[in-house]
Design a binder for this molecule. Structure first.
Ligand code: 5GP
Ligand code: ZN
Length: 114
């Protein structure tokens, strides 16, 4: 996806503050953090949102889910706890149409989901 912001970050065309990378996953700091730790964990293929998850790309989503604890460990929040959020579509508040998982923590986040 030539026009996708996160694909450009994955390809190295746009710089990021990288936290973790493997064959399937890239994690980088959110440019507008909402907490002391705010990292975006993304699959290294273009999947627009949850509606596009399928049997052909589920491996990438699985790898992202498996990597989140490693990213949390690197960020020093594995044991203090964190929140993982993924937005889909207009009502979900998704601004970047490449599926991603917000890893948020480093401070008490409160009880509300939103
Ligand atoms: P969404 O609203 O789609 O769930 O989340 C998109 C996130 O991407 C936002 O939290 C926003 O701050 C972040 N973001 C947007 N553009 C950039 C960018 O160029 N670099 C980084 N690191 N984060 C970005
Ligand atoms: Zn993309």
């Amino acid at each position: 996806m030539e026009e996708c912001l996160f694909c450009k970050i994955i390809n190295g065309d746009i710089p990021c503050d990288k936290v973790y990378e493997d064959e399937y996953v890239l994690a980088f700091k959110d440019i507008h953090p909402v907490a002391k730790v705010h990292v975006l964990v993304v699959p290294k293929i273009h999947i627009k949102d949850y509606n596009e998850v399928n049997d052909n790309n589920i491996l990438y989503i699985s790898k992202v889910q498996n990597a989140i604890k490693e990213v949390a460990k690197i960020c020093g929040i594995k044991d203090t706890g964190y929140r993982v959020i993924s937005n889909t579509g207009k009502d979900g508040g998704q601004a970047v149409p490449h599926i991603h998982f917000h890893l948020i923590g480093g401070e008490a986040l409160g009880e509300k989901i939103i």
